[in-house]
Design a protein around this ligand. Structure first.
Ligand code: ZN
Ligand code: ZN
Ligand code: ZN
Length: 164
């Protein structure tokens, strides 16, 4: 992946199990550094969010957990696990889809900037250094204090345009 604009292009053929294991390794590191505990459930939830490069809704997550295990975890427990993962920067919340996506670069605290394909539902995270300075500049000019700057750009990815 040589394109510097995206952290990774999920449409490039790749070994996705590598994405998952990299994400889990990074998660261990981030949690250790923060003195936070990556419990079995938190880890399992992160793994499920990483099952693809498509944002996953909390309901889908609960469904899968229920199918796997007859002792279904209580929804609040799962929501708390998602909150935890979000606080640690391990997942981003995609508000427009009410869903969560794993972050491939959680070692560096950042807000999420995404291109989201409405056809295949893949969310491509942009390198945040592209937009962040512009957003910071504009905010400064307007005397505006930025608290959140998640960017969700909806459209159709190159891959799906080709397939159409
Ligand atoms: Zn992958
Ligand atoms: Zn990210
Ligand atoms: Zn697409």
């Amino acid at each position: 992946m040589n394109d510097p604009t995206v952290l990774e292009d999920p449409h490039c053929p790749h070994d996705h199990s590598q994405c998952v294991s990299d994400a889990l390794t990074a998660a261990e590191l981030v949690c250790e550094r923060a003195g936070a505990r990556l419990t079995t459930l938190r880890k399992r939830v992160l793994e499920l969010v990483w099952q693809s490069h498509r944002p996953l809704g909390a309901y889908d997550l609960l469904d899968t957990l229920t199918r796997e295990d007859d002792r279904r975890p209580a929804p609040p427990t799962v929501y708390r696990a998602l909150d935890f993962l979000q606080e640690q920067g391990l997942v981003h919340r995609i508000a427009s889809l009410n869903a969560f996506i794993g972050c491939a670069n959680p070692e560096h605290v950042h807000q999420g900037h995404f291109l989201i394909c409405r056809t295949c539902r893949v969310a491509i995270e942009l390198d945040q250094t592209l937009l962040q300075p512009t957003i910071a500049d504009i905010a400064q000019q307007m005397g505006f204090v930025v608290e959140a700057e998640t960017v969700e750009i909806a459209g159709v990815c190159a891959h799906c345009q080709e397939a159409a």
